[in-house]
Each structure stands twice: as C-alpha cells, then as structure tokens.
Write a protein that binds this ligand. Sequence first.
Ligand SMILES: Nc1ncnc2c1ncn2[C@@H]1O[C@H](COP(=O)(O)OP(=O)(O)OP(=O)(O)O)[C@@H](O)[C@H]1O
Ligand SMILES: [Mg+2]
Length: 454
Amino acid sequence: MLEDITRYSGERFLRVGAHSHVKGLGLEGLKAKFAGDGLVGQVEAREAAGIIVKMIKEGKMAGRAVLFAGPPGTGKTAIACAIARELGRDVPFVTMSGSEIYSSELKKTEILTQAMRKAIGVRLRERRRVYEGEVFQLDVKTRRHPYNPYQEVPDHVVIGLVTKDDRRVLRAGATIASYILSQGITVGDVITIDAETGRVTRVGRSEEAAERYDIAVVDERPVPRPGGPVEKEKEFIYVLTLHDLDQLSAQSRSGGLLSLFFGAPPTREIDNEVRREVDEMVKRRVEEGTAEIIPGVLFIDEVHLLDIEAFSFLNAAMESELAPIIILATNRGMTKIRGTDMISPHGIPLDLLDRMLIISTRPYTRDEIRKILEIRAAEEKARLKAEALEKLTDIGEQTTLRYAVQLLTPSQIIARENGNEEITPGDVEIAVKLFSDVRRSVQELEKWKDKYMY
Ligand SMILES: Nc1ncnc2c1ncn2[C@@H]1O[C@H](COP(=O)(O)OP(=O)(O)OP(=O)(O)O)[C@@H](O)[C@H]1O
Ligand SMILES: [Mg+2]
C-alpha cells in the first residue's frame, strides 16, 4: 500500500512491497515487543507511534503533526506504514513524497490541498424510500420515437417485485424503463428502485432464481431474496473523502453527472468555491446527524523536498477546521530550507517544527539488523545459509540496512543460477561486487571524476 520513494536509482529494485512484511507496530499495550508484526527493535519510536495511534483514534490529534527524523534505512517509512495498518481500513491514510508537489499541471498548493482532503473521510447516512425485491414479472412497453418512426423507445414498464413477505406489481414511466433496459435486468434479479430518482440498482441474481433457471451460474454469487415489504425506507451509508465530494460536486456543476458512472477524467484544479460549498454541506449534515467526519492521516515522506511556500501553506492549512493529521519523515540533519538560504533542522522552518511531535529513529544494532534480514528473507521466500545471513548482517552494519535488504533478491537469483538451494556467502559476495552501496558509488565517482561528462 505504501510505496517507498527512494532516491538512488539502484534501489528501485525492491520498490514494490519494500514494507510488505510490516503488519502493525508489534505492541503489547503500550510496550513494544523486540520483534512483532514484522517490526524489529526501534523500540522507543514504535512505542511513541503507538501513542500517536491512540491519540488519532481518540480524536486528539486534529491539527497536529508528527515528524519522524533519523538516518536513512532506520525504519521511518516502515513505522509510518505500521501506523496505517494499526488504524485499519476505515481511517483514510494518504501517502505522498515531498517531490510530488512539483508538477507542471497543478499548483503546489493545489496538490497539497487535494492530498489533505483525500485524508478526510465522510460517512454519509441517507434514508431513502425504495422498492426492493426479486423481479418476477417484467414487461417493457415501447413506442415509436417521436422524431424517428423507425426507432422504438421505452414508454413504460410493468414490473412485479416479490420479497419473502410481500408482492407488488408497479407501473413505472420511461426513466425507470430505460434504466431497466440499459442494465439488462431480467426476471430473477434482485433490484432496488429509488422512489425519488427512479434510479435502478441491480443487487444480484436471487438465490431462488439461480437454482431454478440458471444452468451455469456465471461467476456471480447469488443474493438472498429480501424480506419485509416491497416499498420501504432503507438506510444507505456511503464513505467518501472530502476530495471525492469536491470532485463529484465540481463535475455535477460542469453538467457531467453521467460521467461519474463512466469514469470521467479527473477534474484538474478544483475551485475553492466548490470546496467551500462542500465543507458547508458536510458541516450542516454533521449537525443534522446524517454525516460523520473521519479524520485521517496525510503522510509526507522525504519532507525536506518541500519548499518554503509549501511549508507555509501546510502551517496555515493545519489550522483549518477540517484538517487531517499530518505525519512527516526526513533523513536530513541541518540543511537549507528549499527555496531559501536559511539553514534549519531537517530543512523545515522553525515555526512549523515547533508545533510537531518529533520521533527519532536511530541506527540498528547488529542483532536488530540480523532479525530484520531474516524477516525480509522469509517475506521474499529467499533461503539463506547461516553464514550468508552473518555476511549480510556485516554488510548492513558497515553500510546501511537498506543496502543489505536490497542485496537479498540479487543474491537469490545468483544462488539459483549457481545451483544453490540456499544463498551462500559466495552468492552474496557476487551481488556485492555487482551492486554498489551509496558510499562506494560515490568513491567510484571520485575515482573516475575526470572521465565523467560535466
Ligand atoms: N524496525 C524494522 N523492522 C523491520 N523492518 C524494518 C525496520 N526498519 C526498517 N525496516 C525495513 O528496512 C528497509 C528500510 O527501511 P525504511 O525504508 O523504513 O527506512 P527509512 O528510515 O524510511 O529510510 P530513508 O530515510 O532512506 O527513507 C525497508 O524495507 C523496511 O521495511
Ligand atoms: Mg523512507
């Protein structure tokens, strides 16, 4: 789900699923187990993250931000990923890298605004009057097209609906008739018809009908025939994000309501006027009790890539009522804030730093490195001889954990080619020769510097 955005091209190799072994924070209460849910060591940072998860769940984090700061490969992105897992599917968790704000099509502030609004969920409840049941009779009457006598158009429909307890025959107009035709609804389908809009939704094939008529059920699981009366009030729950609502409302404004069903291209820039109206609608519905706001998380990795403009925008946006929780991560120490000549810790302006909870990650110990490599190897179904694991652990200690993790897949391929069932230290050595870590690559650059093009 989370993608690790890496800077060194050599690292692209393992990009997909670099954190797939991370299932959670591995806590017992507020205490971190040495190894749990795929995470190893980094105990204080994980326990701090656990408290953040609690604060988020209790709604005490709104308008605040957390910063993960630490050297490369110390698990900042992995722990952010674990936070997302702990929060569960219902809490929106949006991930971006600082570099994503630089686009030729959209303004930086627009990209940030969209990301922030994707991180706020809205659960909308709606009671609607519907007709629901299994179709037992269907008769679409057509008539001549008013302008084209050779074409028939739906005129009205007579439709019989049956539930476990009720049975009704309805006569409906052209709108419903054409919905029914366009969705290919037949006798035996379970459908709902919205009483107000006439919108017809096919729920599925009824179990009874599937048994009675269908020779082979086409990969679709039949649904039970509904109970109760055909005409009823039903509650529908939709979970959308503020950004979804912005898009829906921008599109319906531009007259393209139908495009919603056919996946219209996303509107590029959204009017602030549209956003204001959406906010008002949501607030009104929250007061009425028909909507609930689910504040989520916006995770900005490599946050030092943001510039001063983006930082001031974030600072202001965090004040707004409908702001998500913001989690940032960086591996920079004292460095220039992009777009200025000012040096600041982590390249982040002091006023923004000041309102953040900072969680530090530290380099791993040998035991931690070994254990992480073991977990990663299992995840990638790579089998290692004990000496090969020690060799990789040495490498992780001397260079970076990420480099050692990256070597697993190439070593595995080399081992297979060499006819080894388990990766041997020799296979690892070959992988090390073929792929440089960053420091070695810089040394190479130095060595050959007069041969490069400038
Ligand atoms: N404590 C840990 N337990 C298990 N796996 C870990 C742990 N820390 C890091 N890893 C794994 O090691 C690799 C590197 O870690 P990660 O990408 O999280 O580092 P990072 O701190 O975000 O580095 P960078 O500053 O370069 O972005 C990833 O595959 C990650 O899942
Ligand atoms: Mg990272």
